[in-house]
Design a protein around this ligand. Structure first.
Ligand code: SAM
Ligand code: DTB
Ligand code: SF4
Length: 334
């Protein structure tokens, strides 16, 4: 049985990342089968519940108030509208519903935070896993989200500690790790990953995976995003990510975080079906499913279902938190 290690070094990560692709994918596949059904992909649907006008300066993000990206800001949606969208996502085949807010963090005790807690309770009552990404949390907010039944909280490290200051100046890497710790202490699963294609070096990508793998417990899910360059942001002109590098990231994440869901996240619309298949072969077992991410495009549902069907893949039925029954594959939706 492959052990989950928390003592990874960048050198060890690089030794995996730089293996011949055939060897790397073989090893990733081998580990994948120990912990996950090899033919199942988790289907998560995203919804931006509060869009734009964000006070943070993340250089990749179309939602920062600092950049003119032509995005229309939108205040926090009503609970009913969110639950209608969640029910549609469930009926379309998604098992997890992820709600994103363009905030530095929620305001404690505010009507808005209370509304988000109602959204979480409502999504759980629909029989779905609920995930939220709302920025930085304090302990009381993490506990309130846990009490509302939140399954997972997404808070990405995005890149290495060394490169972080090139991308974001309005918060620190330590702030990020603090929120992750609070989420974990509150008993919520941590979803944390990052973005490649920001202009970082290979070692920055690997240092990020090392930090994630050395968290104890390791994150339950690890989104691997390829930068979606958006006009008006400082990173608008970054070169497209090489699909082989995306596959290498997925495989290295699979090997270092063997139990995690590795999510092939933003940037899928720019990847061919074959490149995405390579990422699944490399150990990715989760996608964002639905026509949009937060503010940018994602492959259409029908296209994704056709891709998964052509490969004989199925949907991942979540692990049952109450009984501990393991995740299983279930048929794709019609
Ligand atoms: N405001 C919260 C925060 O930053 O924690 C939550 C929402 S934020 C949009 C969630 C994540 O989306 C970011 O951490 C980043 O990894 C990803 N993201 C945002 N814009 C992106 C882009 N243009 N390309 C790829 N990933 C992006
Ligand atoms: C994650 O790692 N990627 C998602 C989700 N977590 C919240 C967001 C991707 C956003 C891509 C740009 C956009 O659509 O605004
Ligand atoms: Fe705001 Fe999150 Fe975008 Fe950063 S990534 S600008 S915190 S919405």
């Amino acid at each position: 049985m492959t052990e989950t290690r928390h003592d990874w070094t960048v050198e060890q990560a690089r030794a995996l990342y730089e293996l011949p692709l055939t060897e790397l994918t073989f090893r990733a596949q081998t580990v994948h089968r120990e912990f996950h059904p090899p033919d199942a992909v988790q289907l998560c649907t995203l919804l931006s519940v509060k869009t734009g006008s964000c006070p943070e300066d993340c250089a990749y993000c179309p939602q920062s108030a600092r950049y003119d990206t032509g995005l229309r800001s939108q205040r926090l949606l009503d609970v009913d509208e969110v639950l209608e969208r969640a029910a549609q996502a469930r009926d379309a085949g998604a098992s997890r519903f992820c709600m994103g807010a363009a905030w530095r963090g929620p305001k404690s005790g505010s009507a808005q935070f209370e509304r988000v807690l109602d959204m979480v309770r409502g999504v759980r009552a629909l029989g779905m896993e609920a995930c939220a990404t709302l920025g930085m949390l304090d302990d009381a907010q993490a506990t309130a989200l846990a009490d509302a039944g939140l399954t997972a909280y997404n808070h990405n490290l995005d890149t290495s500690e060394d490169y972080y200051g090139e991308i974001i100046t309005t918060r620190t890497y330590a702030d990020r790790l603090d929120t992750i710790r609070r989420v974990s202490n509150a008993g919520i699963s941590v979803c944390s990953g990052g973005i490649i294609g920001l202009g970082e070096a290979e070692d920055d990508r690997l240092a990020m995976l090392v930090t994630l793998a050395n968290l104890d417990p390791q994150p339950e899910s690890v989104p691997i995003n390829a930068l979606v360059p958006v006009a008006g942001t400082p990173l608008a002109d970054r070169a497209p990510v090489d699909p082989i590098e995306m596959a290498r990231m997925c495989a290295t994440a699979r090997l270092m975080l063997p139990r995690a869901l590795v999510r092939l996240s933003a940037g899928r619309a720019e990847l061919s079906v074959e490149a995405q298949m390579l990422c699944f072969v490399a150990g990715a077992n989760s996608i964002f499913f639905g026509d949009t991410l937060l503010t940018t495009g994602n492959p259409a549902r029908d296209k994704d279902l056709a891709m998964l069907r052509a490969a004989g893949m199925r949907a991942l039925d979540p692990k049952d938190r109450e009984t501990g029954a393991p995740a299983r594959a279930r048929p794709l939706p019609a």
